[in-house]
Design a protein around this ligand. Structure first.
Ligand code: SAH
Length: 364
């Protein structure tokens, strides 16, 4: 039994059961024993590989997007570049390498990283030691000073907690994590009804399970409200769906393999698909205009993936060419991240459609 499992069992014994969101929050964010607190989960040696870890082109194209966004808001003399959940700092490193060619940008930019993990913060400090601009760290977005900003996030929202609800004959009930007769963790639909049942769920059959995340909605509303007021844009990448529906996607991954969500709490990564429709609705409610979500593959191709790949290929050795190609397939290939991953952009009032969105494709 992991030390965190003991704590979770005690909490269940005291309260009768905890929500899936509380379980996820404890597993990932417990101040000492949470997954992100002490571990270095990313990369080949870790538990999972993200797009920026798979190919430098990912961050370079995000850099192009950011530079274009800065120009679209009038190239202000000061711009805050905020990244949520920066992992090893690889995405920010690649972004900054790409934006360096944009005259004036490096003088204007201040980098803010929002990170809860002290272990990952150390890795980020090393990665960005010579990045050419000042970097500050914050545990919460609310601690980042206000002003025009561009916000990027890759695989951040999937780590924020979800709740599960099941439709019983007499209505919806929240699923709790409890202990069964044999002493193992189990789910039981004995909690409260959701505060807001989305419209699409109203007609679902008895036995249906839905995943909702008020936590993600609240986070997005906070982010969008400040950007709408101060001016700026966001670009969010994650795996998830554009159209919401029934089903549960909570999953645990350890060493690149799926395991039970109850396996070794605190030692495995827990995530759930992102409902991009809900995020877009939340952002627009708070005053932003959203573009997308679109699939990551088409997005990256429209941002110039092939041209960048070709440029790097020209300077690469035979071995590097193979690694480059594998990375490109990973971030944009249909069977890999290209379709499962989605991209949502949001801009503050009055700004034009961000690259690569055409005015007629804008929808939320
Ligand atoms: N963006 C990175 C890492 C993704 S993993 C990449 O693409 O490689 C998720 C990241 O979010 C980690 O850095 C984790 O520590 C951070 N994180 C998770 N929950 C968080 C929270 N509530 N607040 C701030 N950071 C969080």
């Amino acid at each position: 039994m992991t030390p965190l499992e003991r704590i979770i069992r005690e909490r269940i014994a005291q309260t009768g059961g905890i929500t899936v969101a509380e379980y996820m929050d404890l597993c990932l964010g417990h101040p000492e024993l949470g997954y992100y607190m002490s571990r270095q989960p990313l990369g080949r040696e870790g538990d999972f590989i993200t797009a920026p870890e798979a190919s430098q082109i990912f961050g370079e194209l995000v850099g192009v997007w950011i530079a274009a966004g800065w120009q679209a808001i009038g190239a202000p003399k000061r711009i805050d570049l905020i990244e949520l959940g920066p992992g090893r700092g690889t995405l920010m490193r690649d972004i900054l390498r790409a934006v360096r060619v944009m005259p004036g940008f490096m003088d204007a930019v201040h980098v803010h990283l929002v990170e809860i993990s002290p272990a990952l913060r150390k890795v980020q400090e090393e990665m960005l030691a010579d990045c050419g601009t000042d970097v500050s760290w914050h545990v919460n977005l609310a601690d980042v000073p206000r002003g025009p900003a561009i916000v990027v996030a890759n695989e951040f929202f999937d780590a924020l907690p979800v709740r599960h609800y099941e439709r019983l004959a007499d209505g919806w009930r929240e699923r709790l994590v409890m202990i069964d007769g044999e002493g193992s963790f189990c789910f039981a639909a004995v909690g409260n009804a959701p505060e807001h049942l989305p419209e699409w769920a109203e007609t679902l059959e008895v036995g249906s399970i839905i995943e909702l995340s008020p936590e993600r909605t609240v986070f997005m509303e906070g982010l969008a409200a400040r950007l709408a007021e101060d001016g700026g844009a966001f670009l969010v990448f994650d795996y998830g769906h554009a159209v919401p529906g029934a089903g549960e996607t909570l999953q645990a991954v350890a060493r690149h393999e799926k395991v039970s969500v109850f396996h070794r709490p605190g030692e495995v990564d827990l995530t759930a698909h992102v409902d991009f429709h809900a995020l877009a609705v939340a952002a627009e409610r708070a005053g932003m205009t959203c573009w997308g979500p679109v699939e990551q593959g088409p997005f990256l191709r429209a941002m110039g993936l092939a041209a960048r790949h070709e440029m790097l290929r020209r300077k690469a050795s035979a071995r590097q060419k193979i690694i480059l190609k594998r990375g490109v397939e990973r971030i944009a290939g249909d069977a890999q991240m290209g379709r499962l991953f989605k991209v949502l952009a949001g801009v503050s009032p009055g700004l034009p459609a961000p690259a690569p969105f055409e005015p007629q494709t804008g929808e939320s």
